[in-house]
Design a protein. Structure first.
Lengths: 168, 408
């Protein structure tokens, strides 16, 4: 049984019987971002659920994705709730839409992930640099032998579509 | 194919309502508060212990179960159930109560919610809730500093601003309107009127939410009693009939609703056809609304999703004066969660029942005699003239909702 991981005052538990997340985080520890891919309909899904949300099939494989995407929405936490996050404020939580499988199987659907927008050293990206439409890529924060957190940082490429951020 | 039926329209009524004081220092147990709220609702309805034989509540391991509370009131239950749930449970449990009575399991049900939402289990997620271990589905959000209700909803609000041009100033009108209503409500926790500018100048919590965009954590208990229209005829109050009820209705992928867009769509999109279909009315027929104003933005999102305005025009709707007392369709005439106190949805149903009866407690000179002047100047009235039809819009997360239409 892997030890609980202490991170920013929280206890993260990924026990051996966590049939959804254990292998996901093990791949992340190898710095691979993986999605579950249905062996019947071929669609990927996140989070790594047991059944396929579209065809109900239970067969799946892990599929590595590029880790590149676009900020679909964001928020800036100024008043942190978790004590371990107070020193990071203001920090951005981003909803990232991955490049793979955008608009599938319906135009409104996509592989989207919640993470923080960080700088190369892992600290929060400056608030003025956070905006919907900006391009990002995945980076990994190693927390233990069996667990890394996928995070995102800005990627140096042109934005796709309209770039927008809340006025100061 | 419509998922609705009109089989039960007009057959069930809300016959009693009651609540404790709204405070931030109850100094007592959820059991004591629940007993007080249920007792008040029973006296309001003219019911005695032997007349109530069903009880339901919702909670998140932060309350006292129904079978303990019932004993304090001499009630022996033929049916009881405590469900795991927060916002949007109110309307759904009223529907379930109707179903239990229809099935012959019992005759009269008290639905209650009791919580020390400020002094014990902080609804905002601080304290005990923040310290709990993170596992399973929580791993998708909490390790990234996303745990409170505000943090869970802000991505939706920000995307709405991006897609539709909704502004902080527009939604601040919700707080201003509800504070106006609360100032006419003797029970309200926050009675001071605030302006749009006050909201915009209050400190940031999680952008785009300012402090005054967020509701007020409260200690309280609340109760609504449901029975058949036939039984209601013999009781003390004018019966308020249920025309339609929906919930808890989900968006697809509710495990992680960000996966299924548009994320600016909320569960009311799916609930509205059920509830309006049962009731056989349209939004234009509704005189007063009760939105789940956990945040200013949630009121805006619900009103547009249920069709009170076009999708995307919620910002304009809530800033037009329509939702204020004296406007075409006032919303949360008690002050709601933003000002009266946070009750997980119950208090807006209680308020609408009283509006339909014509018996809200306001500061009209002869309110105690049931005479209202419909003067909405500060320090006066909040009773709506001739309110016939109300609608409640329950909300939990953007992907979960409930709704209730009642008529006098």
């Amino acid at each position: 049984m892997p030890q609980p991981v202490q991170y920013r005052g929280m206890t993260l538990l990924v026990p051996d019987n966590d049939s959804e997340w254990k292998e996901y985080f093990a791949h992340a520890r190898q710095h691979r971002l993986v999605m579950r891919k249905c062996t019947a309909c071929g669609l990927m899904r996140y989070p790594p659920t047991h059944g396929c949300p579209w065809c109900m099939d239970l067969g799946w494989t892990w599929q590595e994705v590029s880790g590149r995407g676009t900020i679909y929405s964001y928020e800036t936490v100024v008043h942190a709730i978790q004590p371990g996050f107070k020193e990071l404020t203001p920090y951005a939580v981003v909803l990232v839409e991955l490049d793979e499988q955008r608009g599938q199987p319906t135009s409104d659907e996509a592989l989207r992930m919640v993470a923080n927008l960080v700088k190369p050293d892992g600290s929060p990206e400056a608030e003025s640099n956070v905006a919907i439409g900006k391009r990002v890529r995945v980076v990994f924060t190693d927390l233990a032998d069996h667990l890394s957190l996928p995070q995102f940082m800005l990627n140096d490429e042109p934005a796709t579509g309209r770039v927008w951020r809340l006025e100061d | 194919m419509p998922a609705h039926t009109r089989n039960l329209r007009d057959k069930y009524c809300v016959v009693g309502v009651g609540e404790t004081e709204y405070s931030r220092n109850s100094g007592r147990t959820t059991r004591a508060m629940a007993v007080e709220a249920i007792r008040k609702a029973m006296l309001d309805a003219g019911l005695r212990g032997r007349d109530v034989d069903g009880m339901m509540s919702y909670q998140n391991n932060d309350s006292t179960p129904a079978n303990w509370v019932a004993a304090d009131l001499g009630i022996r239950l033929n049916f009881y159930m405590d469900v795991l749930g927060g916002g949007s449970s109110t309307e759904a449990l009223i529907g379930l109560a109707m179903g239990a009575i229809e099935a012959g399991m019992c005759q009269t049900i008290a639905v209650f919610r009791s919580m020390n939402g400020y002094t014990e289990f902080r609804i905002g997620g601080t304290g005990v809730r923040a310290a709990s271990p993170v596992r399973g589905q929580d791993l998708a959000q909490r390790p990234f500093g996303m745990t409170s209700a505000g943090q869970n909803f802000a991505l939706t609000f920000m995307r709405h601003m991006y897609e539709y041009g909704t502004t902080s100033e527009q939604v601040a009108h919700v707080k201003a309107a509800h504070s106006k209503h609360a100032s006419q409500n003797p029970k309200a926790l926050l009675k001071d009127r605030v302006t749009v500018d006050d909201v915009l100048k209050s400190r940031w919590i999680v952008k785009p939410l300012h402090l005054l965009d967020c509701c007020v954590e409260t200690d309280n208990a609340t109760c609504v009693i449901v029975t058949s229209a036939e039984r209601a005829r013999d009781l003390r109050q004018r019966p308020i009939r249920v025309l339609g009820v929906a919930g808890r209705v989900n968006k697809p992928r509710t495990d992680f609703h960000w996966a299924h867009g548009p994320i600016t769509r909320v569960a009311g999109y799916y609930a509205k056809d059920i509830v309006f279909g049962q009731a056989g009315i349209s939004p234009e027929d509704v005189d007063v609304t009760g939105s789940y104003d956990a945040f200013t933005f949630t009121t805006m999102l619900q009103l547009e999703e249920y069709g009170f305005c076009k999708k995307g025009e919620g910002g304009h709707y809530v800033s037009s004066g329509i939702i204020e007392l004296g406007g075409k369709r006032p919303n949360n005439t008690s002050g709601g969660h933003l000002c009266e106190g946070y009750t997980h949805g119950m208090s807006m149903v209680i308020e609408n029942v009283r509006q339909l009866r014509g018996t809200v407690d306001d500061y009209c000179p002869r309110a105690a005699d049931g005479v209202h002047t419909y003067d909405y100047a500060p320090g006066r009235c909040r009773q709506i003239k001739d309110a016939e039809t109300s609608m409640n819009l329950g909300w939990a997360i953007p992907a979960t909702g409930s709704a209730l239409i009642m008529r006098r």
